[in-house]
Design a protein around this ligand. Structure first.
Ligand code: MRU
Length: 354
């Protein structure tokens, strides 16, 4: 798939990020050498979607390392710790961010264990961190390309597919997860149609999924989140497919708030419900979805619609950004290493990154 837009690009000494909060109205890019700008971009969802957050986080650590002025190794490592803490402190749910940070930390440790002159050389560590961030980027692109190819086999010709949130190239820097599967199925010549949930409160479906599907030439109808049951009950949906922010060892899956509702509705209507995610989203260190940290975001995101307050002032508001879909509602999990079906435990161990 060739897109005309790049959500994240490495420019040798700085990172370029497409500001997704301005889409679809404007294509505005942010270029920075400051890791704090990258942290803000992740926090404010200028760059978003689990794999893209991981890639942005890796580049954030890389620019942070390049910006450290001290030459003494111990002092450099201390400052680097602050950079990494700032980056991983941005959003708690997507596993990919922590996975990327762990890979970057490993590179620093390996540099330490190499020959003394290399290990002690701050410039060499900086170079190793930049190289690793580029590799993390490439690996995520490759993983989503593969999983899209595998997942497309599950999509029957003539299907109408429901999706939630945004899981395309914008969310992954690569092919996409759920949207990658859909777009690949279309590229294979299958006649498919998509119902896209608008995805309140930040409208990733309305603003981003509709935009990406239209660019990819996939017929798409936008619906509000509460309409999904209506279309399922009329027999108009053949399958549902979503991405993931974190998958526990038992297959429980955290994804954008509202995903759980779609999964329960799908089960009630006998519709397959698929999750598509690279293995970097799987977290084997936690047994079940109960342990997945769920990000709570500001009341303003719910209270305001296009800059206008739509609630009574001081009205009590709750805004969890994700929910957990228990594995029993998930027909299959599509990864770059294969398609897994319940019971997930054992297969997950074989196919995931540790
Ligand atoms: O809050 P967001 O926009 O970062 O949430 C994104 C999602 O929930 C996606 O569905 C998920 O990250 C999978 S993206 C390939």
């Amino acid at each position: 798939m060739n897109t005309t837009y790049q959500p994240i690009e490495w420019l040798g000494d700085r990172v370029k990020i497409l500001d997704q909060t301005k889409l679809p109205g404007e294509e505005v890019y942010l270029e920075t050498r400051d890791y704090r700008d990258v942290a803000i971009a992740i926090k404010e969802l200028k760059v978003r979607g689990a794999p893209a957050i991981g890639v942005a986080g890796a580049y954030g650590i890389a620019v942070g390392a390049l910006g450290i002025k001290v030459e003494i190794r111990e002092e450099f490592l201390k400052e680097l710790e602050t950079v990494i803490e700032t980056i991983v402190g941005t959003r708690p749910t997507a596993r990919n961010l922590f996975y990327a940070a762990e890979r970057m930390e490993k590179v620093v440790r390996q540099a330490h264990h190499k020959a003394a002159e290399v290990g002690r050389n701050v410039a060499a560590i900086k170079r190793a961190l930049v190289d690793e961030a580029i590799r993390i980027h490439r690996d995520e692109e490759e993983a989503t390309r593969k999983l899209s190819e595998l997942g497309a086999e599950l999509i029957k010709d003539g299907s109408t597919i429901l999706t939630h949130c945004n899981t395309g190239p914008l969310a992954t820097t690569g092919y996409g997860t759920a949207l990658g599967v859909i777009i690949r199925a279309k590229e294979q010549g299958k006649k498919i149609k998509v119902y896209a949930d608008e995805t309140r409160p930040l409208l990733q479906g309305a603003r981003l999924t509709a935009w990406e599907l239209m660019k990819a030439g996939v017929p798409c109808t936008l619906i509000t989140d509460s309409m999904a049951g209506y279309f399922m009950s009329r027999g108009e949906i053949d399958c549902a497919i979503v991405g993931a922010d974190r998958i526990a060892a038992n297959g429980d899956t955290a994804n954008k708030i509202g995903t759980y509702t779609v999964a329960v509705l799908a089960k009630e209507h006998g519709i397959p419900f698929y999750v598509a995610a690279p293995t970097t989203t799987i977290d084997l260190s936690i047994a079940s979805g109960k342990e997945i940290p769920i990000e709570q975001r500001s009341r303003e995101e719910v209270a305001y619609f296009a800059g206008i307050c739509v609630t009574p002032e001081d009205c009590e508001i709750s805004n969890p950004a994700f929910d957990v879909t228990p594995a029993k509602y998930i027909t299959a999990i599509i990864t770059e290493r294969g398609i897994m079906r319940a019971p997930y435990g054992e297969g997950m161990g074989k196919s995931s990154h540790r």
